[in-house]
Structure formats: structure tokens, C-alpha cells
Design a protein around this ligand. Sequence first.
Ligand code: AHG
Ligand code: MN
Ligand code: MN
Length: 335
Amino acid sequence: MNRITTLDEFIIRRQKDFPYASGELTGLLRDIGVAAKIVNREVNKAGLVSIIGVADSQNVSGDEVQKLDLYANEKLIECLQNSGECCGIASEENEDFTPIPPVSGKASKYVVVFDPLDGSSNIDVNVSVGTIFGIYRRKSPEDGTCNLEDFLQKGTELVAAGYVLYGTSTILVYTTGRGVNGFTLDPSIGEFCLSHRDIRIPARGSQYAVNQGYYLKFDVEMRRYIDHCSEMNFSLRYIGSMVSDIHRILLKGGIFLYPQTRKFPQGKLRLVYECNPLSFVVEQAGGKALSGNLQRVLDMQPEQLHQRVTISVGSPEMVDEMKEFVERYSVVSSD
Ligand code: AHG
Ligand code: MN
Ligand code: MN
């Protein structure tokens, strides 16, 4: 029998790769792993208890909030707050960031950003949802409170990022900038076990993910690229939770598109909570991620915590091809 490697073992082993590491990052990743197990338990019983359903509120981006979003948000904050391994958090569900006071007088040098439950409109129909997270080193002095600048860092500054997908099985995928690894939760022992070592995204795939229902609202150049995908007989696969679509694309290859529409002229997805962490993971696996103006997503300077961005992300050759289409047809349409 192959010896299993648990998430905890793996991150402790990896800590040795960073000679000056203080163990804080290791602690943070462990906290996220613990929160993921708690959220997983609730997501799994969502069909059984009355926790599912729409709570009587909207999140700061104006979307409908479901109860499990709030639950996941609370649990993540609790786990991160109690250990004091980070000095602040910013969540898609909260309007502002939350500073975390030092625990036992120990100041932390990291901040964490997250989307506690991505794809939450899928919960009550048993479709996969996930948690997305990113970790930055703070810019503010360690002896004070964190500030907005700590959270508005470019994706290139990410120290670690990843996601937990509550799907047919629960998997935690993360990177610290040295490749991407995936850990599947074995519910019988309650441990995340290394199941996907050094994930590499295929250079091309034969699937594309886009909300085709908005086709007529997209710019002509994006429509031409989508037509091309269809002419190539690519399969359209769109779950409606970005994290699930990205996970599939990471393993099978393909491209995920969320272009601008009239309703969302800047795109719908959030740069800080969704696009940057997932773009970092995809790039680390050998993929690419570009914004609507064909800029690398990770190079964008966030101006606001809840800023939205258009995105095309996935297999490198497919993202390059999308770029060629957009360049070619935007010239034609502006003539
Ligand atoms: P969230 O549940 O965190 O608000 O995110 C939902 C997002 C994303 O996961 C998904 O890809 C996208 O919304 C789907 O949007 P459309 O329904 O407009 O396609
Ligand atoms: Mn989301
Ligand atoms: Mn969410």
C-alpha cells in the first residue's frame, strides 16, 4: 500500500524549502484546511437541514446571499482569528477588511483574502461550490494595524493561493509559487490526503466555459472567438461556480471566459477574491489569465476591494488564440 501524505505533513515538509520561514504561512494554510473541513461538513448536509435557502440580505456586491455563504464566512474568520497567524482578512461577503489583533502578543506579517463560498446559487441544487483564498505579505509595519494597502496588492505579490472544492469529493488545491498540489479529503479519517501532485494544465483542451446565454450582450470580438470554439466542435461546459469550472479546466484543459456584458461592463467576477487567486493557481500550473483588455490579470493594480474584472483563463494555447481573435476583430470592428 502506498503511504499517504496528509496536507499537514506536506506543508510542514515544504516549509523546509524556505530556510527563513517562521511557520506562520504553514499555520495559515493549516487554519484554512481546518475551516474547509468545517464548511465541508455543513455543505454536505445542506440538503438535510434548514440551513439552505436565501438569507434575508444581499452581499456588498448586490448579489443574493445564501445562508451557507454566511456560515462559511464566519467559520473562516473564526479559524483565522483564533490562531492569530494573520493580521487581517478581507472577504467577498464583507464590505470592508477586518484587522485581527495579535494573539499572545505575536504580530503577524500576512493578510488573507477569500470568497468563502463561490457559486452559492448552486447549493440548493446539489451542484459543486467552493472556497477561494489568497495570502499576501503585509505592506504596513508589523507593530501596527493592517491597512487597505495590504489588501490592494497585485496578484503577482501573492505568497500563496488556492481553493477548496466541495464536489463529488472535497479537494483542496493550493500553491505557494512552487507548483500546484491537490489534496482530497478522506472523510473516514478526516484528513486531506495528497492526491494530485504537481498539477500541470494541458496546453490545449476541447472545452470552453462561458455563460452562452449572454452571447448577444458580448462584444463582437468575443462573439467571434466563441463562434470559433463552436466551429472547432469544442464542448461547452459551464457550471456557474467559477471555482468548479476552473478545477475542471486545470485537470482537463480548456478556457473559462467571463467577458463584459451590458449589466456588468467591468465583468462580474471580483479581482481580489476570485480572479487573482485562481489566476495565480492556473499560472503556476502552466496556464494563462488575461483581463478584457488583454492585460495579465496578476499585473493589475486593484483600486478597490470589491473591484470586478473581465477574465479569460485556462490552457495557455487557448488563451493565446482568444487574444489573437480579440485583437483581429477589434481592429475590424473599429474600422
Ligand atoms: P458567488 O457565488 O461567490 O457570488 O460567485 C458566483 C460567480 C462565479 O462563481 C460564477 O462563475 C459566476 O458567478 C456565474 O455568473 P453568471 O450566472 O452570470 O454566469
Ligand atoms: Mn464567487
Ligand atoms: Mn461568494
